[in-house]
Design a protein around this ligand. Structure first.
Ligand code: PAF
Length: 287
């Protein structure tokens, strides 16, 4: 595995790879890799000749009171994991390389950001859109892989590449979970042992919601109440519980389309998110 730290070298490598007729799969990350990231690499390896992973903790997507400084970082460990997983190139730029001067153009995401993490983290998706747009221009991938744990991010990025005609296929990949159901996340390390036990209520609440929907529950308010009854068993503070259309992320009155059930809970030092996206065919109702 080769490590590249400059934009120039990364673009030169990608252009040469594409000219030789090979395809590039791209896995953008902020590092502190876990099985969720590895599953993206696995998928990218199946579909492409060359797999490039980026590790860049993007300051633009963190709010002033968020965890940019203490976001977990461990390059040596990440390097080893990426190498073992079969990554060909690790792109690891620093902040100065990615943002060398004051930007003259800004990306503002207009749709799908007035809810879920967009509502509780103002500006977050502008930062994500900006860095993803830059990374796509630098890495020039045929396909880019994103985990559905950040389902709102997937919806926003799909909108971004459509709006700007970026010639890349966005490939959403399933959420990878711990044995007890907790969604894998770099931030899980910040849970206290008690909070770690309580955190399984997030996935349990979503399972209960999915079961209720399957049994015919069509009222989003009742589904939210059910979810809240699980989350109230934790010491965390509920940030949001939403039942929305997906990928439009619009409020719905009754369950009659593809929906996302999504939750966010703030624990002492970690804010956890989780969701379930249910397609219409999976909903056993006839409204
Ligand atoms: O999902 C993430 O890790 C980040 O939001 C991403 C897509 C790498 C952009 O910084």
């Amino acid at each position: 595995m080769r490590i590249i730290t400059t934009i120039n070298e990364m673009q030169t490598f990608s252009k040469k790879t594409l000219r030789s007729g090979k395809t590039i799969g791209f896995v953008p990350t902020m590092g502190y890799l876990h099985e969720g990231h590895m599953s993206l690499v696995e998928e990218a390896l199946k579909q492409n000749d060359c797999v490039i992973m980026s590790i860049f903790v993007n300051p633009l997507q963190f709010g002033p009171n968020e965890d940019f400084d203490r976001y977990p970082r461990d390059l040596k460990r990440d390097e080893e994991l990426a190498k073992q997983a079969g990554v060909d190139i690790l792109f690891y730029p620093n902040v100065k390389e990615m943002y060398p001067k004051e930007r003259t153009t800004r990306l503002t995401v207009q749709e799908r950001v007035d809810t879920l993490c967009g509502e509780s983290r103002p500006g977050h998706f502008d930062g994500v859109a900006t860095v993803v747009m830059k990374l796509l221009q630098i890495v020039l991938p045929d396909r880019a892989y994103f985990g559905m744990k950040d389902a709102q991010q997937v919806a926003v990025i799909k909108g971004l590449v459509e709006d700007f005609n970026v010639p890349v296929e966005i490939v959403p990949c399933p959420i990878i979970r711990e044995e007890d159901g907790l969604a894998k996340s770099s931030r899980n390390v910040y849970l206290t042992p008690t909070e770690r036990e309580e955190a399984i209520q997030l996935s349990r609440s979503l399972d209960a919601a999915a079961n209720a929907i399957e049994r015919g529950e069509t009222n989003p308010v009742r589904i939210k109440e059910l979810i809240i009854s699980y989350l109230n068993q934790t010491s965390g503070v509920i940030d949001y519980v939403e039942v929305l259309s997906y990928p439009a992320l619009e409020a719905i009155d009754v369950m009659k389309e593809n929906i996302i059930v999504a939750v966010a809970v703030q624990f002492t030092a970690a804010r956890l998110i989780d969701n379930k996206v249910t397609t219409r065919s999976e909903i056993a109702i006839g409204v």
